[in-house]
Design a protein around this ligand. Structure first.
Ligand SMILES: *[C@@H]1O[C@H](CO)[C@@H](O)[C@H](O)[C@H]1NC(C)=O
Length: 384
């Protein structure tokens, strides 16, 4: 994001309003459809582990060692910040904590170890001048829209107003209908402008969209959010980073012909470096915010469950489950899968259990001891 961009004020405004709503409302929150598992209890394998490890060994894990915004950050007593919102440090921290604990990586754990929950941004929100918190493009900035998709689900937990469930669904569906790419990205050359594939999508927009969609699935249990989240994670995000995770693009486009400096750009608020790879092309915001994408996508269970799979590059998932007491295990069947040919089997006999139409989940009863579950997805071609 550009330095001193006042329309980012919307995000701050939303946070400030949320604080007010929380203060005024019933202290009992509506429980989430799914309980989150403790941080670090899901350990990825295969492709996802590779991506997270590359991220830890790349830009995300080393910014703290050399980047001026970290070495002399205002949050750490220095004078270096790229915007008056002082957002850079919290953005980075937000991604580094789940990355450090998911990988149990010592170098990263050291970086986030100093954290003291008493240091909190609230006071700053209350003292920001109105000139900075007056939104210019309240509903139009790509990153803020990505962040805002989860807002109604949060408000609903606080206010107990169930009409917000459908409003959330409409907000997400309409955003993708009018501004979504086939890759799962929300298109915006900073500002939402339609479906033209040359607008591209900021790296920040993608990671915020992914977090909102996984939060929405967790809070409301509607399978469409999980499906959208996977689509963004597997199709849109990988191209934003170099394969070694040391450089990122700013706004890659679905029809991007090359990654290079442009003499002229068709973009609204994206400069000539917007579709090249580097440390802070165009702006530092996505450099500090990119690390949260995959760590927050990695969900988390007390019982030991190993999943072997090449998914999304293959359609078979093999789980080895060891548990002291029997429990119900749930696998999500995406709505794009051909359910007549999608099967789950424990041992030799396929289990015919109906999928819940709201959550997309299929229940499998697991006895105590060790059970092997083979889940085979049938994937028809989809034309979009
Ligand atoms: C619930 O939310 C809807 C949508 O914002 C609003 O119109 C309605 O007044 C709210 N209901 C209550 C009881 O606050």
């Amino acid at each position: 994001m550009p330095p001193n961009a006042s329309y980012k004020a919307w995000e701050m405004f939303a946070l400030a309003s949320l604080c007010t709503v929380i203060a005024q409302s019933n202290e009992n929150l509506v429980p989430c459809a799914f309980k989150p598992l403790p941080l670090g209890s899901v350990k990825p394998n295969g492709w996802l582990k590779d991506q997270l490890t590359l991220s830890a060994n790349g830009l995300a894990g080393h910014q703290h060692d050399f980047y001026d915004f970290f070495t002399r950050w205002t949050w750490l007593g220095g004078t270096s910040d790229y915007s008056s919102f002082r957002e850079g440090f919290p953005y980075w921290f937000n991604g580094l904590v789940p990355l450090a604990y998911t990988l149990n990586n010592e170098h990263l754990l050291e970086q986030v170890d100093w954290y003291n929950p008493k240091v909190y941004i609230k006071e700053e929100l209350n003292t920001l001048p109105v000139s900075e918190t007056e939104p210019l493009f309240a509903y139009e900035h790509g990153v803020n829209v990505g962040q805002g998709l989860r807002a109604l689900a949060v408000f609903r937990r606080v206010t107990h107003n169930d009409s917000l469930v459908q409003m959330s669904k409409d907000a997400v569906d309409w955003t993708f209908k009018y501004h979504g790419a086939a890759s799962g990205a929300i298109l915006a050359d900073e500002r939402l402008a339609g479906l033209a594939p040359y607008y591209g999508s900021e790296t920040c927009t993608l990671v915020e969209t992914m977090y909102s969609l996984s939060y929405l699935y967790q809070a409301l249990g509607d399978t469409s959010y999980a499906e959208r989240c996977e689509k963004t994670a597997f199709n849109a995000l990988p191209v934003q980073l170099t394969p070694d995770w040391w450089a990122r693009q700013y706004v890659p486009q679905p029809n991007q012909p090359y990654a290079k400096h442009l003499d002229e750009t068709p973009f609204w608020n994206v400069n000539q470096w917007g579709q090249s790879y580097g440390l802070e092309v165009d702006y530092p915001g996505c450099t500090v915010n990119h690390p949260q994408g995959y760590p927050k996508f990695t969900a988390a269970i007390d019982t030991k469950i190993d999943c072997e799979t090449e998914y999304p590059f293959s359609d078979i998932l093999t789980y080895t489950i060891t548990t002291k007491s029997a429990f119900d295990f749930l696998v999500r069947v995406p709505s794009w899968a051909d359910t007549s040919e999608t099967s789950v089997s424990t041992g030799s006999s396929p289990t015919a259990v109906k999928t819940d139409s709201q959550t997309g989940l299929r229940k499998i009863s697991i006895p105590s001891g060790t059970t092997k579950v083979t889940y085979r997805l049938s994937t028809p071609s989809i034309i979009q």
